[in-house]
Design a protein around this ligand. Structure first.
Ligand SMILES: [Zn+2]
Length: 174
């Protein structure tokens, strides 16, 4: 019997459907996690983001860099664009962004430019993370908007997803 390697779009992780009754940080991060699984199913690096405002989820997106051939198509950027459209205002100053991996330089900058109230991320990124992992744009001394930041929500689940994806990618390399 031959063992066929799994197709890159076969995600070995299942989506999670948290109770709607308790809409806490973990609830919203599970929604971001589900977005990350959607990314994997499109053979994209599995990062997902959702934006909550006033108890409602107003945006949900996942990384689409490869499919759109757009280096700016990160989950956070796509979610912020959606959210701004949804409320008809570029200022997202009452919104919370949930994302499965710490935002990169571009996305960290965008959260500041959008004046997001709070960023919650799962996995820190010591290479590219710019909200505390590699450096901290939120600590720029002269800026007048600062984010509230919560780290480590569903960290192990989101880390497992990312690590498994990259392991598979490395195995695919000739
Ligand atoms: Zn980014």
């Amino acid at each position: 019997m031959t063992d066929f390697p799994p197709a890159p779009t076969d995600c070995p992780f299942e989506k999670s459907f948290p109770s709607q009754l308790l809409r806490d940080d973990a609830f919203h991060m599970w929604l971001a996690y589900n977005q990350a699984i959607d990314a994997w199913r499109e053979d994209e690096v599995p990062v997902g983001a959702v934006i909550e405002l006033g108890g409602e989820v107003i945006a949900a997106a996942h990384n689409q860099v490869a499919g759109t051939r757009d280096p700016t198509a990160h989950a956070e950027i796509l979610a912020m664009t959606q959210a701004a459209r949804a409320i008809g205002d570029w200022r997202l100053n009452e919104a919370t962004l949930y994302v499965t991996k710490e935002p990169c330089p571009m996305c960290s900058g965008a959260t500041l430019m959008a004046r997001i109230k709070r960023v919650v991320y799962a996995v820190a990124d010591p290479k590219m993370g710019c909200l505390g992992g590699a450096t901290d744009l939120n600590a720029l001394p002269q800026i007048n908007h600062h984010l509230e930041i919560t780290r480590g929500v569903l960290e192990s689940e989101c880390r497992d997803l990312l690590q498994a994806f990259f392991r598979l990618k490395r195995a695919e390399e000739p």
